[in-house]
Ligand binder design. Structure first.
Ligand code: ZN
Length: 413
């Protein structure tokens, strides 16, 4: 029987296999396995939760691939269908969570996964063990229902989204990654269909002057004073980038925000020494439009002008961790149409469209593989990284149903 043969199994039948109690239990299990990555501590990684996901997907009869990305940091991919044939849709989640901070600041212990008031509480409830669990349940529901489709549905549990996104970068270089034709990023966006994501460039600006005695500033060139001028001009860079980028109905315009300052860069900080150099990081958020060259040209110009303002110093910059450009997909994209139809079917309402203020693993997938991505997942958009993180169970279940219906619509050929 060709894999394109479709049994008259309806979306309804697959949706009937989405079990709320099972989804809530799975989410709680994932939260209870802490996966805060603590550099230097070899056991504080995603390994334990990845192993749980691997076992669960295997038990459900999915094909499973574990990709070692770094020591104790594996990506886990599970799929149904044939990833090389036709459309291959990824439901993407990450297994790492950010620090819980001071546990005493939490009303519900951060890794207890308490359930009260229709919410599951804990670090990662929204960002994003809830979304990952919803994706896993959706794939299992389709598998259990026996629904036929073309191509493949892949669930990905990737490492290091909160860091350098090495999990997503690794996936893009594997045969499974290269087979992907579209991805749903299951990050907490209140189940809105987010068609755009702001991009980010961390511009590390370095000012070099000349060391001298603090009592004789005329003998040196003070990089700290020059850095002050650089920072005072950040709004000018922001205005220029706003002119360069396309306005978005869903996202705030580009912003330029100083986030770190450091001086001296070598030796010891001393009150009577004018240091040789100083640096700052500008956290630059962008909407779609300009490419790397255009953005770099604007920051180059900004540094040249800053150099010219202060005698005896040079100002240059480099991007920290590369460029993560803004992403955007059109409403006419088949993935967007499938998701919009899925939302209507599951909720009875028209979809709400939106945008993601930060970058996600989807940024890497879009830039590297060129595939369309839509970010849509359960959880209040503002709750990630806060204490008392939670996910609404109703939204969680709705997400699993949206993923199920999306996959069947997108993969029906
Ligand atoms: Zn996340």
């Amino acid at each position: 029987m060709p894999s394109s043969f479709r049994f008259p199994t309806s979306n309804r039948e697959a949706l009937a296999h989405v079990d709320s109690a099972e989804l809530i239990a799975l989410t709680r299990d994932l939260i209870r396995i802490p996966s805060v990555v603590r550099p230097g501590d070899p056991v504080a990684t995603e390994a334990a939760v990845a192993e749980y996901v691997e076992r669960w997907l295997t038990k459900e009869g999915l094909s499973v691939e574990v990709q070692p990305v770094a020591a104790g940091r594996p990506n886990v991919l599970g799929w149904i269908g044939e990833p090389s044939a036709g459309r291959t849709l990824l439901l993407e989640g990450h297994t790492d969570v950010v620090t819980e901070g001071d546990p005493a600041a939490w009303t519900h212990p951060p890794f207890a996964a308490d359930v009260t008031d229709g919410r599951i509480w804990g670090r990662g409830a929204a960002d994003m063990k809830g979304g990952l669990a919803a994706a896993m349940i959706a794939a299992a529901a389709i598998k259990r229902s026996g629904a036929r489709f073309q191509g493949a549905l892949v669930v990905g549990a990737l490492v290091d989204e909160e860091g350098d996104m090495i999990g997503a970068r690794h996936l893009c270089g594997t045969p499974l990654g290269r087979a992907l034709t579209a991805a749903v990023i299951c990050e907490p966006e209140q189940n809105e269909l987010c068609l755009e994501q702001r991009g980010v460039v961390w511009a590390r600006v370095t000012v070099r002057g000349r060391m001298a005695h603090g009592a004789m500033p005329e003998a040196g060139a003070n990089p700290i004073a020059a850095l002050g001028t650089v920072l005072s001009q950040a709004p000018r860079l922001e205005r220029r980038l706003r002119r360069l980028c396309r306005p978005s109905p869903y996202l705030r315009p580009p912003t330029v925000t100083p986030t770190t300052v450091r001086s001296p860069l070598a030796g010891v900080a001393q009150a009577n020494v004018i240091p040789a150099a100083a640096e700052a990081t500008l956290d630059i958020r962008l909407t779609s439009g300009p490419d790397e060259t255009a953005i770099a040209a604007e920051i180059d110009r900004f540094c040249r002008e800053a150099s010219a303002r202060t005698e005896g110093v040079t100002v240059d910059w480099r991007p920290v961790n590369g460029y993560r450009l803004a992403t955007r997909v059109e409403r006419s994209e088949p993935l967007v149409k499938a998701m919009a139809g899925a939302v209507r079917e599951v909720t009875g309402h028209a979809p709400r469209f939106g945008g993601v203020p930060g970058s996600t693993d989807g940024t890497i997938l879009r830039a590297t593989l060129g595939i369309p991505i839509v970010t849509c997942g359960p959880g209040n958009r503002l709750i990630p990284h806060q204490v008392d993180e939670y996910v609404e169970t109703s939204e969680l279940v709705e997400a699993a149903r949206i993923y199920t219906a999306t996959a069947l619509k997108f993969l029906e050929g």
